[in-house]
Design a protein around this ligand. Structure first.
Ligand code: FAD
Length: 483
């Protein structure tokens, strides 16, 4: 859409690296020619870790290509850079999608004040969520602390249909501005981690492939790490290469098309034999997982301190150990517990870990090593390509027993029985732990019990799970008594 008045606008993108279904960009395009701006902000870059940064830079390169080199990249503090660029462009309004995280909210308030001092405006349109944090509240007007009632209210609230198509404004060329731009940085050293294809087209392709090939088996197999039926959309959602509203819309379309008998072709692993009923059950399950992301963002917006400290203080006096050698072994996938090591090696190799395995990993750190969840959460954020403060730190707290509707502390995941239950044949373990590839299913979960011990190069368990479980429960009792 072109404006008749043709004022210039700045579209400052942060976690919405896409042209399609982008309300903030549409609002900018409505004003006139648009400058697309990304600010390399050290306050966000330094804690991000090489894997997430490399993925971000690749997404930015993809976007820049789509804009024929007209993505304006500047380095510095946003409250200095953004007003300076708006001045250079002659834009009265800078358009953004609202950020509800603790840092993002403060940063945007600072930028809004700096722009206002210059007679300009920061205008928020949309967010990174189908329902913006803070919108769904209980009948008392408070934010939810438990997922199930949130989910009910979230579905009732509903979300808008995706905006049709990609915005197509006249893009302003940053090379015509007086200020000096920065290059999109080269990828940092990934230490061998392989990343998924970056960018908006890759995100849409991933979504299409998931709906076509895997959705039907999602409800039944999503907890099996070897099955690979989950969407792997998390890195794309993290950077807004696709919006969750689009994901939910396409999900709905896929189910409706099938129940109308217009299912079209389904891939081999998608189970062409699944009935529409199965598919709508799978869709409901998938929708609820997307809603967990929305819930945790909502919790973080209402309780910003829960990013760094316990959401619930019932275990505040719990005794913890400092991270030592066993924690280092965990980080490198050398604990001697196969399913734990497989997960940590997947993290190092792909920057991504299956959700069931994330829970097993977190339980191992908190309850077998007695290390505070914040240490494990920090390592995850350092290595995850989808690392997200709200989902990660609340996911860790769920397992640690200090989060929203947390798993009770006395629920200690047994790494051997979890492995046997969710990876019965040891397929996932063998995929990631080459030392164990020759072992049959009967031995692969407890290689130390083989005559002669584990195969060469694979460690003995760094702790005795049964003993550490008792220790965890003792500490829990102490914390409860003194809490
Ligand atoms: P799918 O099963 O296909 O789910 C679709 C989408 O729903 C995901 O992409 C994600 O956006 C959302 N989702 C699914 N499960 C959850 C969940 N339990 N909590 C929040 N959102 C969810 N997710 C992140 O995006 N970033 C993180 O840093 C992160 N850290 C985690 C740490 C721990 C200890 C735990 C237990 C979970 C963490 N999760 C995190 C949630 C979840 O593990 C991942 O979102 C999921 O594994 C991503 O894979 P997928 O896209 O294939 O998921």
């Amino acid at each position: 859409m072109r404006s008749s008045t043709s004022r210039r606008a700045v579209w400052w993108l942060r976690r919405d690296l896409r042209l399609d279904d982008n309300p903030a960009l549409l609002a900018a395009a409505d004003e006139g020619p648009v400058l697309a701006l990304f600010v390399l902000d050290d306050a966000l870059r330094s804690p991000s870790g090489p894997v997430r940064l490399a993925f971000l830079y690749r997404c930015l390169r993809d976007l820049d290509e789509r804009l024929s080199g007209r993505l304006c990249v500047r380095a510095g503090r946003p409250d200095e850079v953004v007003p300076a660029v708006a001045r250079e462009v002659g834009a009265d309004v800078v358009h953004i999608a609202a950020d509800h995280g603790p840092y993002g909210r403060d940063r945007d308030d600072r930028v809004a004040r700096a722009l206002a001092a210059d007679g300009r405006e920061l205008r928020r349109t949309g967010s990174a969520y189908a329902v913006a944090p803070g919108r769904v509240t209980s009948s008392e007007g408070t934010s939810y602390r438990v997922f199930t009632p949130f989910y009910r209210a979230w579905k009732e609230h509903g979300w808008r249909a995706p905006a049709a198509g990609a915005a197509d404004p006249d893009w302003l060329d940053p090379r015509s501005l007086p200020g000096s731009g920065a290059a999109i940085p080269a990828d940092p050293d990934l230490e061998g981690t392989r990343l998924p294809a970056a960018g908006e087209a890759a995100a849409r392709e991933r979504l299409r492939a998931f709906l076509r090939d895997s959705l039907a088996g999602y409800a039944r197999h999503r907890d099996e790490p070897a099955a690979e039926v989950t969407s792997r959309l998390s890195p794309y959602l993290k950077w807004g290469c696709v919006h969750p509203r689009t994901v939910l819309h396409e999900l709905h379309q896929a189910v409706t098309a099938t129940s109308d008998g217009r299912g079209g072709s389904r891939g081999e692993s998608g189970g062409g034999s699944e009935s529409p009923g199965d598919l709508s059950g799978a869709a409901e399950k998938f929708r609820s997982e997307v809603a967990w992301r929305e819930f945790y963002a909502d919790v973080l917006a209402a309780h910003p301190s829960s990013a760094r400290s316990d959401f619930s203080d019932t275990l505040a006096t719990m005794a913890h150990e400092p991270p030592g050698d066993a924690f280092e072994a965990w980080k490198r996938g050398r604990t001697g517990y196969p399913v734990v090591d497989a997960g940590m090696r997947q993290l190092l190799a792909e920057g991504w870990v299956h959700n069931r395995i994330r829970m097993i990993e977190a339980s191992f750190v908190c309850k077998d090593l007695h290390v505070h969840w914040t240490h494990g959460a920090r390592w995850y954020l350092e290595r995850l390509v989808d690392g997200d403060l709200a989902s990660n730190n609340h996911g860790w707290q769920w397992t640690a027993g200090t989060g929203t509707d947390a798993a009770p502390y006395f629920r200690v995941f047994n790494p051997v029985s979890q492995g046997r239950r969710f990876d019965p044949e040891g397929e996932y373990i063998r995929r990631w732990v080459p030392e164990l590839r020759g072992l049959p299913a009967g031995e692969v979960h407890e290689p130390w019990k083989r005559p002669g011990g584990p195969p060469d190069g694979y460690p003995l368990p760094v702790v005795d799970h049964a003993a550490e479980r008792r220790e965890a429960l003792d500490r829990y009792e102490q914390a409860r008594k003194s809490g």
